[in-house]
Design a protein around this ligand. Structure first.
Ligand SMILES: Nc1ncnc2c1ncn2[C@@H]1O[C@H](COP(=O)(O)OP(=O)(O)O)[C@@H](O)[C@H]1O
Ligand SMILES: [Mg+2]
Length: 171
């Protein structure tokens, strides 16, 4: 099984993927790491600009099972490549949180504004819809365990807290 976790910068993709990968025993592939490693783009100043056609070619050759692909770039993949994901999650977080996290990373104000705008206009969701890709939106602004549970409920029909809740006296 392959899982895609996407969303704008600061939504929590890397953190959620890291913990989810431990629970599932999956590996994680980050979009930028994958692109740098396979030389799919070039640096323009501090920014690494990835060629989407190269990304499409490369992922076709290098796709692996039991992998969580995380990053915002993956939503740019072709319909054919996106159909390798059994589950697609779009993480969203409140604007204030996105702004705080991106500020901590030293992103310029303009970039923060653009990223928040992307979440507002549902840029990623539209990219997926255009390619008829089914996705689930996850509000990832709360605590990490809640976010994980929301994802696990979609995958397995129940989250990690499920057995404890049903074992409570009177339930
Ligand atoms: N509940 C949470 N879910 C995800 N990330 C969180 C949460 N609480 C705090 N964080 C922190 O928010 C920051 C941004 O998350 P990150 O996973 O790097 O976002 P992204 O990969 O989407 O840009 C990280 O420092 C992460 O540890
Ligand atoms: Mg990240």
């Amino acid at each position: 099984m392959n899982i895609l976790i996407t969303g704008v910068p600061g939504a929590g993709k890397t953190e959620v993927s890291r913990v989810l990968s431990e629970r599932l025993g999956y590996r994680v592939v980050n979009d930028k790491d994958f692109s740098v490693k396979n030389k799919l783009g070039r640096y323009e100043g501090k920014e690494y600009v990835v060629s989407i056609s190269k990304l499409n070619k490369c992922i076709k050759e290098k796709r692996r099972a039991k992998t969580i692909y995380e990053g915002h770039l993956w939503c740019e993949l072709s319909k054919n490549n996106l159909s390798m994901f059994e589950y697609v999650f779009v993480l969203r977080a409140p604007k204030k949180l996105l702004s705080k996290r991106q500020k901590q990373r030293g992103y310029p104000v303009q970039k923060i504004f653009e990223n928040i705008f992307c979440q507002d206009i549902k840029y990623i969701e539209k990219k997926l819809q255009d390619k008829d890709i089914v996705y689930k939106t996850i509000n990832a602004g709360g605590n990490l365990e809640d976010t994980l549970n929301k994802i696990l409920v979609v995958i397995y029909g129940k989250g990690t807290g499920y057995s404890t809740a049903t074992n409570r006296k009177g339930n």
